[in-house]
Design a protein around this ligand. Sequence first.
Ligand code: CTP
Ligand code: CA
Length: 225
Amino acid sequence: LARGVTEPDLVGRHVVVSAGGTREPLDPVRFLGNRSSGKQGYALARTAAARGARVTLVAANSTLPAPAGVDVVPVGTAVELREAVLRAAPEADAVVMAAAVADFRPAAYASGKIKKKDGQEPEPVTLVRNPDILAEISADRARPGQVIVGFAAETDDVLANGRAKLKRKGCDLLVVNEVGERKTFGSEENEAVVLGADGSETAVAHGPKEALAETVWDLVAERLG
Ligand code: CTP
Ligand code: CA
């Protein structure tokens, strides 16, 4: 069958997809966040369900409607996202990390709202590293034969950066997007190259996020055998 054609090839499979962007709180009213809309992750969840998979969607701060038949686990921070993914991963045939996970979080959380003080400069915000969820689940596979997919938004030498990242993360597939003005964030469309740990490169032409999602599931299904 041609790529991009929906067929029930994921019946009996369980997939976990993360989507959206994590928010790292500074105080009860403020956070550090990112521009991820969640659309690519939701498209992955929808298309996997259409191909017959049982889908767990770990959704970070997305306001998109829950896709029919998909089990949505809402999370806020990177630490919460990690817990939800690790909880679901042991039963998953595939895990796709489409979420934009904050690399850093504020070292301290102020339980009361941070206030200005007359004549005083603000305190600097100290950040600490968040856990790397994709690297962790790739290193400690919860299930033999599990297929793990990451996403990367890159600039400059996009393919070289993508190849290096695929190696560093230890995942099976890495979907590499080129970012720039008008590209990717909040958009309905996407364009990417999917790099495989086996050396494969699959170009996905500019088009709807569903089309990229279908190609990701084609490549996952091939690897599940
Ligand atoms: N990711 C993750 N945990 C993190 C950061 C990223 O699981 N703490 C996942 C993302 O969900 C994505 C992939 O790793 O699937 C690549 O994210 P990216 O931000 O491109 O990778 P980083 O290693 O954080 O590299 P960079 O320094 O370029 O941001
Ligand atoms: Ca990052």
